[in-house]
Write a protein that binds this ligand. Structure first.
Ligand SMILES: C[S@@+](CC[C@H](N)C(=O)[O-])C[C@H]1O[C@@H](n2cnc3c(N)ncnc32)[C@H](O)[C@@H]1O
Length: 233
C-alpha cells in the first residue's frame, strides 16, 4: 500500500492580511439600476495592467486615487468641486459602488472612475510610478482591537509602496476619527523619508474635504477628527 504523506506542504501559500472584510450588503433598487446602466462606463475592471488615465478620461489632468470611498458622498462632492482633477475611487463594497454611481448620475460628474477591488492591489498593478497627484484615505477602517491592528492600511510597508506612485510634490491626505489610529498615522507618515508634513502635526481640514453627516454629529458631541496632509519631497 502506498505510504500517505500527512506532513503540511513545505511552503503553504501565505494569506495576505486584508484591510477589509467582504460583507454581504443589501443593494437598493437605485443602486442596482445605477450599476447596470452606469457600471459599463464608470467602473473599470481590475486587471494586472497599468491603466492609461489620459485615454480613460480623454484628457491630461492631475490624477487622485481614493482608497475606500464607502458610499462615495465625499468623493462625488470633491470631484464636483475640483473639475480640473480626475479621480479613481477604489471600494470593495458593492452597495457603495452602486451609491457612488447614483451620485455620478445625479450630479452629472465626468471626472470619476471606480475600481471595485482591493486598493492595495490596484495601486500595485494598475497605477504607474509617480503617476498620482494625490491620494485620499478618509476614515479608513480603524480596526480598534489590538489583535486587528495589523489590518490597518496605514503601516510603514504600505506607505513606502504608496509614495512610489506619488508624483514629486504629490500629496497624501488621511483623516480619521479614532485617536489611536491618528497617532499611528502621524508616526508612520512622519517616519517615511520621502514624505514631508505640510503642518506641524495634524493639519487643518482642507476646504475640499466635505464634513460628513456622521462627522458633524461627532463634532457636536465633542469627538475629534484628525486630518493629516503630507507631500512627497
Ligand atoms: C470606515 S469606511 C469609510 C468610508 C468613507 N471613506 C467615509 O469616509 O465614509 C472604510 C471603507 O474602506 C473600504 N476599504 C477598506 N480597505 C480597502 C481596500 N484595501 N481597498 C478598497 N476599499 C477598502 C471598506 O470597504 C469601507 O467601505
Amino acid at each position: 500500500m502506498e505510504e500517505q504523506n500527512n506532513n503540511p506542504p513545505q511552503n503553504p501559500p501565505r494569506r495576505a492580511i486584508k484591510s477589509f472584510v467582504t460583507r454581504a450588503g443589501r443593494m437598493g433598487t437605485g443602486q442596482i439600476k445605477a450599476l447596470a446602466e452606469l457600471g459599463p462606463k464608470f467602473v473599470l475592471p481590475y486587471q494586472a495592467e497599468r491603466l492609461d488615465a489620459e485615454a480613460i478620461f480623454g484628457r491630461k489632468a492631475p490624477l487622485v486615487l481614493e482608497i475606500g470611498f464607502g458610499m462615495g458622498g465625499a468623493t462625488a462632492e470633491i470631484a464636483a468641486t475640483l473639475p480640473d482633477h480626475d479621480f479613481i475611487g477604489c471600494e470593495v463594497h458593492e452597495p457603495g459602488v452602486g451609491a457612488l454611481l447614483k451620485l455620478i448620475d445625479e450630479k452629472q460628474i465626468a471626472n470619476i472612475r471606480i475600481v471595485q477591488h482591493d486598493a492595495v492591489e490596484v495601486l500595485r498593478d494598475m497605477i504607474g510610478p509617480e503617476l498620482l497627484a494625490g491620494v485620499h484615505i478618509f476614515f479608513p477602517d480603524p480596526w480598534h482591537k489590538k489583535r486587528h491592528n495589523k489590518r490597518r492600511l496605514i503601516q510603514p510597508e504600505f506607505v513606502a509602496k504608496l509614495v512610489q506612485h506619488l508624483a514629486p510634490g504629490g500629496y497624501l491626505h488621511c483623516a480619521t476619527d479614532w485617536q489611536p489610529y491618528a497617532e499611528q498615522m502621524l508616526e508612520v507618515l512622519s517616519a517615511e523619508p520621502h514624505l514631508l508634513n505640510t503642518a506641524a502635526g495634524y493639519a487643518d481640514k482642507p476646504a475640499y474635504r466635505p464634513l460628513t453627516k456622521f462627522e458633524n454629529r461627532g463634532i457636536k458631541l465633542g469627538h475629534g477628527v484628525w486630518d493629516l496632509v503630507f507631500r512627497k519631497r
